[in-house]
Write a protein that binds this ligand. Structure first.
Ligand code: HEC
Length: 191
């Protein structure tokens, strides 16, 4: 019994060290090192960002959260969330490759404000919403999106109506128990 425990612990340790080594490989991780299993959607300079193509036909729901917390984009009226894949039942986190879009609902899609979080995994944004990348998008009006910015944080200059959009990580870290995702429709316990 004792021996078995020690063996399991050593194996876990070896696994952890290997994973850290792979993720800290610098350029190799950014280049899509398979060991790291990172999801990093390409963003061609012209035209839509392919990972978001057809987003308007993904699963969707009215955007709301259980605590009715302010969401950093005020005065835009109703919002909608879209997600490209639902997590398997019983998941404690969203799988790598998950994309969640939140968009305002103006009649003219090209006037809408859209944000997204993309599950990259691989230690991405480890000091913030672990594994998630933040995105700002503009709606092309044909069910495609173009990237405005992406990263572990919003650019400091980013604001709407004079109000800074603030710290994406800070607000979303309040719901670390749901893998940094707020929306009622996206509670892991509901899948
Ligand atoms: C003031 C707190 C706050 C800030 C700052 C904030 N968010 Fe959120 N965010 C929320 C809340 C609350 C929700 C859920 C309600 C909703 O969807 O409107 C949410 C929802 C989302 C969603 C839909 C997935 C989910 O978590 O439910 C995305 C995508 C998103 N935010 C992206 C961003 C990005 C990108 C930034 C930074 C530019 C940001 N958020 C900044 C509070 C915040």
């Amino acid at each position: 019994m004792f021996v078995r425990t020690v063996t399991a612990a050593s194996l876990a340790l070896v696994g952890a060290v290997t994973a850290i080594g792979a993720c800290n490989g610098g350029a190799s991780a950014a280049d899509g090192d398979a060991a790291c299993d990172e999801f990093n959607p390409p963003t061609p300079p012209d035209g839509p960002t392919p990972a978001f193509n057809n987003f308007c036909n993904w699963s969707s729901a009215d955007a709301m959260n259980p605590e009715d917390a302010a969401d950093g984009i005020h005065g835009l009226g109703a919002l909608k969330v879209y997600w490209n894949q639902s997590p398997p039942a019983g998941s404690k986190s969203f799988p790598i490759g998950t994309i969640i879009v939140k968009e305002s609902e103006q009649q003219d899609p090209t006037n809408r404000v859209a944000f997204a979080m993309v599950k990259r995994g691989c230690g991405f944004n480890v000091d913030g919403a672990n594994g998630w990348e933040w995105w700002s998008l503009s709606d092309n009006g044909d069910c495609t999106m173009k990237m405005l910015w992406r990263g572990v944080q919003a650019p400091v200059t980013e604001s709407y109506g004079g109000t800074p959009v603030g710290n994406c990580n800070g607000c979303h870290e309040q719901v670390v128990d749901n893998d940094y995702v707020w929306d009622t429709a996206l509670q892991l316990s509901n899948f």
